[in-house]
Design a protein around this ligand. Structure first.
Ligand code: SF4
Length: 522
């Protein structure tokens, strides 16, 4: 088993090109080579392109978490891993070791660029149109080989959706390439982040052949770089540059660049009648279907989706999972802060289930924690009005003792309006706010439900300034009424709430009315 223990822990200095070093003053976004302070110590983020890890990498991460951090890792909503509570810098030897096993960019100057997202079931999903893993690897390799991309915004984000049952096409990304089938051929449809912050990506109505995807991505990146101040520490988002130039002009510059480079993309923007956005939305409603036991496209192989409460894994659990990966295949992190164990033969499934249970983890989709998401909250982010992670766990533990769900309900906590918990796809969104008290401020939440008006970032506002002490009982009532009044087991909480005007919905959740429901139900 590889180990990182016993290595010296002095903070590294710069050693020249190719040698790992801690960089500073380059970006505020965390990375393996950027010591980013948080309230609970230094935060280090490891890019995991596509979220796929082998056993050696799992062991190494568990060792770092113990040696340098708080003894745990957090899976982020881009399927990165974060190590927190680091009180001394990760030294050059350890960084080198991580680079050697494929964790951390060989070239640190591009390590800040956002993780490349794809479905965690890429290559094993029986419904997917194309395996997107080679595209993730290809784009990652291009980034590593092109140091001029260090000028990209740290938030320059790319997503490949293969058209399978577990979709990531609805996730917020600067650039999404989503597979579609046209006349029996697979293409990628191009979506770009345009317009106001938080708006869904815009369908550019451009179809790309699989071979065109990476050249187009490179051209999109180059046009961005040509329109920014490379030396400025504040890099604009891609959306801002597209808004300034106009998306038609931006795309023409991309096309010119491709023509100049001899690429084959036709300089026409074919218009398609299909509104693929709707299809993406339908598939995204099933995003938590990856939890539990599922057949892979490969005969006699299964994957198991494992629930991680708020994406957290203790280092001993990571080692236990590494042992399973050593025997059975790969571990894949999901953008929903859970994980998959893949390539398990049918006769091995029972063993793996037992091992998962012995690691104090669960694989039931109806576990309330399977669809619970929280941003860093006040323990890790100065902007937060509330302890989102702590509150989310308390809420889940309260609900677990009082309710049994038969389908996941997405409950997302954010500590401020930036919405790092990605409320766009939640059933219930909780926005942390502070109420001024006599001696100290009181932590509270605004509660939003469903999709609401598309102009509403968090959904539809239902309640304001609900203190945390009032919150668990109120959410319990909301879930209780939903299970009683929904049209069918397939109706999500969001769709259920969207059927009612706000006043009527609040009446349904009224404490006294619910008490009558409860009495009758018994
Ligand atoms: S949503 Fe706000 S409070 Fe939460 S992590 Fe993001 S910036 Fe911080």
């Amino acid at each position: 088993m590889p180990t990182l223990r016993g290595l010296s822990s002095s903070v590294s200095a710069s050693h020249g090109e190719g040698v790992p070093t801690l960089l500073s003053g380059f970006t505020k976004c965390p990375g393996l080579f950027y010591a980013t302070p948080a309230q609970d110590g230094i935060l280090s983020r490891i890019r995991i392109p596509g979220g796929i890890l082998d056993s050696q990498q799992c062991y190494a991460i568990a060792d770092i978490a113990d040696e340098f951090g708080g003894g745990y890792v957090d899976v982020t909503n881009r399927a990165n891993l974060q190590i927190r509570e680091i009180d001394k810098g990760i030294n050059a030897e350890v960084l080198q070791r991580l680079q050697d096993i494929g964790l951390g960019s060989p070239n640190p100057v591009v390590d800040h660029i956002r993780n490349i997202m794809t479905s965690p079931t890429a290559g094993i999903d029986s419904q997917e149109l194309i395996d997107t893993r080679p595209f993730v690897q290809g784009w990652n390799q291009y980034i590593l080989e092109n140091p001029h991309l260090s000028g990209l915004s740290a938030k320059f984000s790319v997503c490949f959706d293969g058209g399978g049952a577990v979709s990531v096409g609805d996730r917020l990304n600067d650039i999404t390439l989503a597979a579609v089938l046209v006349d029996s051929n697979v293409y990628f449809r191009l979506y770009l982040s345009v317009g106001a912050k938080g708006e869904p990506s815009r369908d550019m109505e451009i179809l790309l052949t699989p071979e065109q995807c990476l050249p187009v991505l490179a051209a999109l990146a180059d046009v961005y770089l040509n329109h920014i101040d490379f030396n400025s520490s504040r890099k604009p988002r891609l959306r801002e540059i597209i808004n300034t130039l106009g998306w038609e002009n931006y795309l023409q510059l991309v096309l010119q660049r491709l023509n100049f480079a001899g690429e084959t993309l036709t300089p026409q923007l074919p218009s398609l009648p299909v509104r693929f956005q709707e299809e993406l939305k339908e598939r995204s409603d099933f995003q938590y279907q990856h939890i539990g036991i599922h057949p892979q496209v490969q005969p006699n192989l299964f994957y198991i989706g494992v629930v991680l409460p708020l994406g957290r894994l203790k280092s001993w659990q990571m080692r236990g999972l590494a042992e399973l990966v050593e025997k059975y295949g790969t571990l894949r992190l999901t953008p929903w802060q859970n994980l998959l164990l893949t390539d398990i033969q049918e006769h091995q499934v029972a063993d793996v289930k037992n091992k998962i249970k012995s690691l104090k983890l669960d694989f039931a989709a109806t576990n309330i924690k399977s669809a619970l998401v929280a941003c860093s909250g006040s323990r890790g982010c100065a902007a937060s009005a509330t302890d989102t992670k702590g509150h989310a766990l308390i809420l889940a533990e309260y609900l677990e003792t009082r309710l049994t769900l038969d389908r996941p309900v997405n409950i997302h906590f954010s500590g401020c309006v930036k919405s790092c918990a990605q409320h766009s796809k939640s059933d219930i969104a909780l926005l942390g706010v502070s109420i001024e008290g006599e001696n100290k401020n009181v932590e509270a939440y605004h509660i939003f439900v469903g999709d609401g008006d598309s102009n509403q970032k968090f959904g539809r506002l239902l309640y304001q300034y609900v203190t945390f002490s009032e919150l668990p009982a109120l959410i319990e009532r909301m879930l209780f009424v939903y299970q009683l009044q929904r049209l069918s087991c397939d109706e999500s909480f969001g769709n259920f709430s969207d059927r009612y005007p706000t006043i009527q919905l609040k009446q349904l959740f009224n404490k006294h009315l619910v008490e009558i429901f409860t009495t009758n139900a018994h």
